[in-house]
Design a protein around this ligand. Sequence first.
Ligand SMILES: C[S@@+](CC[C@H](N)C(=O)[O-])C[C@H]1O[C@@H](n2cnc3c(N)ncnc32)[C@H](O)[C@@H]1O
Ligand code: SF4
Length: 398
Amino acid sequence: MTAPALPPLAPAPGGAFGLYLHVPFCAARCGYCDFNTYTPGELAAAGGDTPAGNTPAGWLEALRRELELAAGRLDAAGGVPVLDTVFVGGGTPSLLGGAGLADVLAAVRTHFVLAGDAEVTTEANPESTSPAFFGALRAAGYTRVSLGMQSVAPHVLRLLDRVHSPGRAPAAALEARSAGFAHVNLDLIYGTPGETDDDLARSIDAVLAADVDHVSAYALVVEDGTALARRVRRGEMPAVDDDVVADRYELLDARLTAAGLDWYEVSNWSRPGGECRHNLGYWNGGQWWGAGPGAHSHVGALRWWNVKHPNGYAEALASGAAPVAGFEELGETDRHVEQVLLRIRLRDGLPVAVLHPAERRRADAAVAAGLLRLVEQRLALTDAGRLLADAVVRDLLD
Ligand SMILES: C[S@@+](CC[C@H](N)C(=O)[O-])C[C@H]1O[C@@H](n2cnc3c(N)ncnc32)[C@H](O)[C@@H]1O
Ligand code: SF4
């Protein structure tokens, strides 16, 4: 495979800079998930005699090479930026264990300097966590954990192929809090066929009892190519009902808001100061380097993405090449579309000055329809608009 040569980097001056690290391992695949992640069985089937990117140790070796390459390229483009945020995502980073995740952060620190107040997050599956795990993360310098919870209803967890017991995720959040984590997120999925209002209400009770400062809640998306999509297609399971999803969103929002967790992005709620700074960087058009198989990066006007499979990723790096699968240079129109798409979903909204005259006229219509409101020259979604965020954006951009 010949990797495309990336044009020289031209970072935009100023602004926060983030680092994303992708861990492509999961113990089992949840039926709804189409993330770039692999189970031990899938990795064994792919063979292991290439540079062993299909083991955690081989992945870490390859990641170290990419971090060295990243720092070198950024240095040549004006200097290695101080990192404001680091986000270890996946996949299931917690499968690496506390010591493994400490090694990951040590590898980052070999090549980058972290800001004194850097936000350092790792995702974790509650099943592979323990008090000792959270203690090791704190000692290593992690400041935030994000746990996949989805639901506390046993039949919903079963349908989603989640292996943990209903109480494990909130218990893990409490363990993280006891280990000293001020910033803990729980992920929920709502609108799963068979979920009732009461199931969701009990999941929210559990989230609130765990006293976390951040909640991400996504409506179940039936992704093409997943086991869930096959079950829906075979008629074994009804499709997700849009009206139910809207009702559940309203329930979530009302309960979380009443408990002091306010929305700051359509699918994200936090206590003041608990917002995920790394994700805000994505939504505000910030810059980041994404390392690991399939990771995406954005520096200056350039976006690129890595080779997806851990073996191909490790192979490229072992041969001294960048593990890049493709890139694009964003033109003015791409940047404009992306800015509208992402920023309109934020509570702060979008400066109206960003819009072209025709878009402003369409925004006026959305204001008249009660979907957007104009406050201090910024356009933000109303409560009704949040339920139709995708349609509002489509109409604005026409
Ligand atoms: C990388 S996982 C979180 C960490 C860990 N792998 C876990 O699942 O516990 C990221 C999150 O994406 C969400 N997610 C993945 N696929 C989804 C889908 N099809 N619909 C809605 N949410 C999805 C889940 O809430 C999941 O917790
Ligand atoms: S939801 Fe999390 S644990 Fe499940 S397959 Fe996706 S990344 Fe792995």
